[in-house]
Design a protein around this ligand. Structure first.
Ligand SMILES: [Zn+2]
Length: 389
């Protein structure tokens, strides 16, 4: 592991449900900063939260509470990411790793969700768990208040507030935040075009990042509004904004690049079956070698139709030997073939609507030159970060 680990500036600290959990080295700086921020506040200010009062604490107690609270907050971020990861696994997607980095966490999935519903569920799992942690921590504050444990009250109060903030911030509707992924899932379901949905959600992400940066600058320069730690808060907002802006801009750029991609870039060499082939021959001889869910049907490069295995489900097994491909195939029609220069985006929309989830690619001379399958198109080879913060 040595060299790559150092380059990645990450340290593997644990495996949870078989998922490696790594920590970015810069994360330790943030951990220390958070401990310092909480400890210095507890030392210098008396706390008045509801009817719980706490005088300024002696330095050792303040530092210990700072460490406990910070650990609780980082466990909360981890719980948020773990929820994304476990929901992804429930949707059949393998998880590469969970990384805790200076701006929160990230659950990296091996592949993109295959449909909007899976995307929506995976995205919503994070904020849902943060809301739950906030409620639990708030419950703990109430128990602490009853017992008169002021320090315990303050720790759980900060953890409850942190989780609530984590949930709300993540629900902002801009990619790559969870709310942006929810937005992408909704747009994706509406248009059937994942790429365009990603681009729109990414643009919203850039707008939100811009607002965070402006908000940070405002806190730094506003003359009449001074939160307790203006430079820290303002600087933090600007940093998070820049980080989001960078990620969202890359996503938009990637989606724009894919928008210009054509069918010719993505199609596979066509393997066509003959209309006169029997279904039993198809099942015995062709399927073991070509694991596709649909096939172009052609004679000497001339497209006759598309056979979808879905359409065979209603066909009783006894009739396989005497049924020909041409009787069960979908005969050639406008929704079943495109020209190689068609954009991938519009091809995806056609594929979703034609009922077979695939498309034959036919050149200007009417010859079958390629085949596109929907499920394979959305499976992008590149790893993409799942979730920020
Ligand atoms: Zn999240």
């Amino acid at each position: 592991m040595g060299v790559t680990e150092v380059i990645k500036r990450q340290l593997t600290i644990a495996r949870v449900y078989g998922i490696p959990v790594r920590i970015d080295y810069r994360w330790f700086v943030i951990f220390a900063l958070s401990v310092w921020l909480i400890a210095s506040n507890l030392q210098s200010h008396a706390m008045q939260l509801g009817n719980v009062q706490m005088p300024p604490l002696p330095s050792a107690t303040a530092w210990i509470l700072g460490v406990i609270t910070t650990a609780g907050l980082f466990l909360s971020v981890f719980g948020h990411e773990l929820s994304h990861a476990l929901m992804a696994r429930a949707e059949g997607i393998e998880i590469e790793e969970i990384v805790l980095h200076p701006f929160g966490g990230l659950a990296r999935l091996r592949t993109e969700p295959q449909n909007p519903r899976a995307e929506l569920r995976i995205a919503a799992a994070g904020p849902a768990s943060s809301f739950l942690f906030a409620v639990l921590a708030f419950g703990a504050t109430q128990i602490a208040a009853l017992g008169g444990y002021a320090a315990t009250f303050v720790v759980f109060f900060l953890i409850a507030a942190g989780n609530l903030l984590l949930a709300l911030f993540n629900l902002l509707p801009g990619y790559p935040l969870d709310g942006g992924r929810v937005l992408r899932a909704i747009l994706w379901r509406k248009s059937g075009n994942m790429n365009e949905a990603t681009r729109m959600a990414g643009i919203c992400g850039m707008l939100i990042a811009g607002m965070l940066i402006l908000f940070g600058i405002y806190i730094l320069v506003a003359p009449n509004w001074r939160p307790t730690q203006p430079y820290f808060m303002g600087g933090w907002s600007i940093l998070v904004g820049l980080f989001l802006l960078d990620t969202a801009a890359k996503v938009v750029k990637g989606a724009q690049g894919a928008r210009l991609a054509t069918v010719a870039d993505a199609m596979s060499q066509p393997f066509a079956i003959e209309p006169a082939l029997t279904i039993s021959r198809l099942v015995d001889d062709v399927l073991p070698l070509h694991q596709q869910t649909s096939f172009p049907v052609a004679v000497k490069g001339q497209l006759h139709g598309i056979l979808s295995l879905e359409d065979l489900k209603s066909l009783p097994r006894e009739s396989w030997a005497k049924t020909l491909v041409q009787t069960v195939m979908r005969p050639i029609g406008p929704g079943f073939f495109v020209d190689p220069s068609t954009t991938l985006n519009s091809a995806q929309v056609i594929m979703r609507q034609n009922g077979v989830g695939s498309l034959a690619v036919v050149n200007a001379q009417g010859k079958l030159v390629g085949f596109l399958q929907g499920g394979k198109l959305t499976r992008r080879p590149k790893k993409k970060p799942r979730s920020q913060r």
